[in-house]
Ligand binder design. Structure first.
Ligand SMILES: Nc1nc2c(ncn2[C@@H]2O[C@H](COP(=O)(O)OP(=O)(O)OP(=O)(O)O)[C@@H](O)[C@H]2O)c(=O)[nH]1
Ligand SMILES: [Mg+2]
Length: 232
């Protein structure tokens, strides 16, 4: 996917490790999706306790920008206290996957609760750097394999409506079980979260420069006090 580019790629590190949280109500398929992204496999899962961790390396940019992106997926338990869990993992957050079950309308309603805590976490982490607007928040309607093909358009429209209503970055209808649309989601997420990470790193460096001590450089061999051998 070549639609995105990193700025000044020649200066950019050749590997980036953006941190992404995978959140949503219990049983919607977060762990199954994270496993599908990481290993391109379907395995049976148990309800997550606390947090699980997965990663996947891809090259989402053009060949001119041959940058490896290792997406770190932090897969949160849907059952546990979402505010506490989000607080625990929000450090360096560069992306959010908000997952619901396309076959279960009650999980769509719960998405706004998860979105609220996810947005708070992004703001907490990025407010001082003014980089929150670069962090992708992508909504995922999972279990499309259980949806009648004739109903796919309606589910896509629902997902798009969520993106618009909540001003999200993008939305996908996927099947973590069959793998449908997961590659598209992964490349989009990798590119956007890598850009967010690069913006965050640069803003941190710029801040550190601005906040750093004022050092006055004295040129050796110049005129004035230094040349006259001042010992100060
Ligand atoms: N048919 C189908 N089943 C799925 C899909 N994704 C997940 N499942 C099933 O849904 C159930 C819950 O999946 P998990 O991945 O454990 O759900 P979770 O969101 O991680 O749940 P918690 O960890 O409890 O928050 C499991 O039985 C999965 O096999 C999918 O795309 N299609
Ligand atoms: Mg899970």
């Amino acid at each position: 996917m070549d639609v995105f580019s990193l700025s000044d790629s020649e200066e950019c590190e050749c590997e980036l490790f953006p941190k992404v949280v995978v959140v949503g109500p219990p049983g919607v398929g977060k762990t199954t999706l994270a496993r599908r992204i990481a290993f391109d496999r379907f395995n049976k899962t148990k309800p997550t306790i606390g947090v699980d961790f997965f990663s996947r390396t891809v090259r989402p940019f053009s060949q001119q920008q041959d940058v490896k992106v290792t997406v770190q997926l932090w897969d949160l338990a849907g059952q546990e206290n979402r505010v506490e869990m989000m607080r625990a993992v929000s450090r360096d957050l560069c992306g959010v996957l908000l997952v619901y079950d396309a076959t279960n309308p009650s999980t769509v309603k719960q998405i706004s609760l998860w979105l609220k805590v996810a947005r708070e976490a992004v703001l907490r982490e990025h407010e001082r750097l003014d980089t929150a607007q670069h962090v992708p928040i992508i909504v995922v309607a999972n279990k499309s394999d259980l949806v009648d093909v004739r109903e796919h358009e309606r589910h896509l429209a629902q997902c798009t409506a969520l993106v618009q209503a909540h001003e999200l970055t993008n939305g996908y209808l996927v099947s973590a079980k069959e793998g449908d649309n997961v590659k598209e989601l992964l490349y989009d997420l990798a590119a956007r979260s890598a850009i967010a990470m690069q913006k965050m790193s640069r803003a941190r460096i710029a801040r550190a420069r601005n906040d750093g001590p004022n050092v006055v450089l004295v040129k050796r061999g110049g005129t004035g006090a230094a040349q006259r051998g001042c010992q100060c």
